[in-house]
Design a protein around this ligand. Sequence first.
Ligand code: IPD
Ligand code: CA
Ligand code: CA
Ligand code: CA
Length: 281
Amino acid sequence: MELLEVAKRAAAAGAAVISENVDKPRSIEYKGTIDLVTNTDKASEEAVLKVITDAFPNHAILGEEGGVFGDTSSDYLWVVDPLDGTTNFAHSYPCFAVSVGVLRGGVPVAGVVVEFAGGRGSWVQRTYSATRGGGAHLGGTRISASACSDLQRALLVTGFGYEHDEAWAANLELFKHFTDVTQGVRRLGAAAVDLCHVALGIVDGYWEYRLKPWDLAAGVLIAEEAGALVTTMDGEPFSVFSRSVLAANEGVHGAIVARTRAATTALAAEGMDFSPWFVPQ
Ligand code: IPD
Ligand code: CA
Ligand code: CA
Ligand code: CA
């Protein structure tokens, strides 16, 4: 319980920083050609980390902007995305979030995502949370994945990373395919929010290649606790260090994986690295 309370306070601290800055001019730096980071990403991470280190000085933390902190021999690893959906945030486009996940022995045990919806001058925060075995919640209300079992009636969501590599190109093909065989495919731009939308049952499935643990740690637990199946895109058991994710309700997961597995197998045969991003000791 205490882990979840601290995760909620940490995510709220990050969200408060975002809220203060959301309608102000941004200062932007580039990590790559289109991969951007703002002053708010960094300030949010600082605020999140302070809450965690004050509460659990002996735990380890992995933050997107600052890397690894604390005692890496700890069984607990906090995995923080201080601002997921930075591109949206930089454009004041709704759909960004703070994501705080807690792993014990490499397995997510608690997670909180604070989503920003709405728009300029009227932002709304929505807090999703989960503990392992304790279900998933939006605010105080229990949530569950959708019941749709007909792919043709399903609404899906995916994402495209900053690196325009072979996986990115393969995903454009998947986008085309699923746009053809479902009710539609959305591309929102914040992985943590995509996973929470699967948990909420407003989309039926989500897949994406080459995400990082901070994109996934909280959202996959929230999706799983809401009853979604979470695997890699080739249908294998998922860890937050996996290089692909497929989260979908039980009714459509099989139909999606049939196609994403074939795409992933082809990429692996061409030499794309799908080994875990990091293996916890
Ligand atoms: C990105 C978002 C996006 C996903 C990218 C991520 P960031 O995270 O989650 O939806 O497609 O792969 O890197 O950089 O906005 O925290
Ligand atoms: Ca980023
Ligand atoms: Ca992210
Ligand atoms: Ca981020």
